[in-house]
Design a protein around this ligand. Structure first.
Ligand SMILES: Cc1cc2nc3c(=O)[nH]c(=O)nc-3n(C[C@H](O)[C@H](O)[C@H](O)COP(=O)(O)OP(=O)(O)OC[C@H]3O[C@@H](n4cnc5c(N)ncnc54)[C@H](O)[C@@H]3O)c2cc1C
Length: 388
C-alpha cells in the first residue's frame, strides 16, 4: 500500500524519509518546493533560547536530543552534509533582572557583561547580561538539510510529484479518506486513490482542511558575509537574531508579520527592522557585505504548537502548524508520525513518551476554539516573548 505525503517541505521530507527507512512505499505530492519554509528558516535549534514552556518545551527538548542521530541517518542515506552545529546560543538582555526572569533560566549559564564580550566579540554596548544555552544549536537548513533530505528520500525510493497541487481530499461513504484530487505539473486534473496520507502542507494547510487553525506568519530575512569565525555562537536578541554558518555567512532574522497573510515580497520597513536590530546586537556587522534577502511563511497556530497525529478524517495524518520551531521539531515529528502510522497499521506499539506527546499536540485541542486563530494572531498571542 502506497502512503501519500501531501507537501514536500521540511515536514513532508522528514516524514517521507523515516517512512521509507521502514520499508514503506511513499509518494510525495509537492506543489512548489521553493516556497517551503524549510528553505527560508534560520535553522536555529533553540527550545531553551526561545524560552519555550510546557509541553512545547518538552517536545523541543525531545527533538533536540534526537537531532544528532537523525542528522547521522540523513547524512548516511544521502551522502551529503546537513550543516548541523551544536554551537550554543547566547540570549542577551539589558539587565540582570530581565535575564533572571527568562522562562528557561534553569537550563542556562548566566553571563555578565565580561562573559558576553567573550562569547560574542563585538556585542553592542547596551547588553549587560545574558544566558548561554550551550545545548542549543543550528542546522544549515537552506543550503544543506533540505537538499540532503531530498537526496536521502530519492535514494530510498520515495517517488516525487513536483509541481503537483492537492486540490481536495476525497472521503468515502464512512467518512474515511479514499483519494486526493490533483492538479499536476502538466495542468491535468486527476484523482489518486489512497487510504493513508500525511498532511504536511505547512502554512497552506487550512486551504485543504478549513477546520485546522493554521495561518501564515510572514518572516523576512537577510544574510551577510562576515569574516570566518567572527561569531561562534548564535545570538538571539529581542526582535533580531544572528546565526553564523561555518563559512562566515551570517543569517539575520526575522520579522514577524501575521497581518501580511500570504502577501509577497520584501518591505522597506521589514528590512530596516532587521538592519536596526543587527546594528544594536553587533555594530561592526552593519559594515559587512550583504548577500541575500528573502521571505517566507511560518505555519502559525493559536498556541504556537504543532498539530500532530491522527486528523479529522480517518486515514489522514497531520504534521503541520510548526510555527517558528519546525526545524527544531522535524526530528521528533518524523518519529511521532511514523510510529503512529505503524501502530495504526498494527505494526508496533507507541511508547508512553510518544503517546503523551501525540496527545498533547492533537488538533482536537482547538476544537472548542475553532475560528479563533486570526483573533489570537492579532491579539499577539502568536508572538513569542523574545524574538519575532
Ligand atoms: C522567517 C522564518 C524563520 C524561521 N526560523 C526557524 C528557526 O530558526 N528554527 C526553527 O526551528 N524553525 C524556523 N522556522 C520555522 C520552520 O521553517 C517551519 O516551521 C517549517 O519549515 C514548517 O515545515 P512544513 O513542512 O510544515 O512547511 P513548509 O516547509 O512550508 O512546506 C510546506 C510545503 O507544502 C506545499 N504545499 C502547500 N499546499 C500544497 C498543496 N495543496 N498541494 C501540494 N503541496 C502543497 C508547499 O508548496 C510547501 O513546499 C522559520 C520560518 C520562517 C518563515
Amino acid at each position: 500500500m502506497e502512503l501519500l505525503v501531501l507537501g514536500g517541505g521540511l515536514m513532508g521530507l522528514a516524514i517521507a524519509h523515516q517512512l521509507a527507512r521502514r520499508g514503506r512505499s511513499v509518494r510525495v505530492i509537492s506543489r512548489n518546493r521553493k516556497e517551503a519554509a524549510g528553505f527560508v528558516a534560520a535553522g536555529m535549534l533553540a527550545p531553551h533560547a526561545e524560552g519555550l514552556g510546557g509541553a512545547l518545551l518538552q517536545l523541543g527538548q525531545a527533538s533536540l536530543d534526537r537531532i544528532p542521530a537523525w542528522v547521522a541517518q540523513i547524512e548516511a542515506d544521502s551522502g551529503l552534509p546537513c550543516g548541523y552545529r551544536p554551537c550554543g546560543i547566547v540570549v542577551p538582555f539589558h539587565s540582570a533582572t530581565a535575564r533572571d526572569a527568562y522562562p528557561t533560566a534553569a537550563w542556562g549559564v548566566p553571563l555578565d557583561r565580561a562573559d558576553l564580550e567573550r562569547e560574542v566579540p563585538g556585542i553592542g554596548p547596551a547588553w549587560q547580561a545574558g544566558w548561554l544555552f550551550a545545548q542549543d544549536g543550528q542546522i544549515d537548513n537552506r543550503r544543506r538539510l533540505m537538499r540532503a533530505l531530498e537526496r536521502a528520500c530519492s535514494e530510498l525510493g520515495v517517488a516525487f510529484e513536483e509541481g503537483c497541487s492537492v486540490g481536495a481530499l476525497i472521503r468515502g461513504p464512512e467518512g474515511q479518506l479514499t483519494a486526493v484530487e490533483l492538479l499536476d505539473a502538466a495542468g491535468e486534473h486527476r484523482r489518486l486513490d489512497c487510504r493513508e496520507a500525511v498532511l504536511a502542507t505547512g502554512s497552506w494547510s487550512a486551504q485543504l482542511l478549513p477546520q485546522l487553525p493554521v495561518v501564515p506568519v510572514k518572516g523576512q530575512m537577510l544574510s551577510l558575509q562576515g569574516p570566518q569565525n567572527a561569531l561562534q555562537r548564535v545570538v538571539f536578541g529581542p526582535g533580531t537574531y544572528l546565526v553564523p554558518r561555518d563559512d562566515g555567512l551570517i543569517v539575520v532574522g526575522a520579522t514577524s508579520e501575521p497581518e501580511a497573510g500570504f502577501g509577497e515580497g520584501l518591505t522597506p520597513a521589514g528590512q530596516r527592522l532587521l538592519q536596526n536590530g543587527l546594528a544594536a546586537l553587533l555594530p561592526a556587522a552593519a559594515q559587512w557585505p550583504p548577500m541575500e534577502r528573502w521571505w517566507g511563511y511560518r505555519p502559525g497556530t493559536p498556541d504556537g504548537g504543532p498539530l500532530l497525529g491522527a486528523g479529522p478524517i480517518p486515514g489522514l495524518w497531520l504534521a503541520t502548524g510548526h510555527y517558528r520551531n519546525g526545524v527544531l521539531l522535524a526530528a521528533i515529528t518524523a518519529e511521532l508520525l511514523t510510529a503512529a502510522i505503524d501502530a495504526a497499521l498494527g505494526q508496533g506499539q507507541l511508547s508512553p513518551e510518544l503517546s503523551r506527546l501525540l496527545n498533547a499536540f492533537t488538533w482536537r485541542r482547538f476544537h472548542a476554539t475553532r475560528g479563533t486563530t486570526a483573533a489570537a494572531v492579532s491579539a499577539g498571542t502568536l508572538r513569542p516573548r523574545q524574538c519575532p
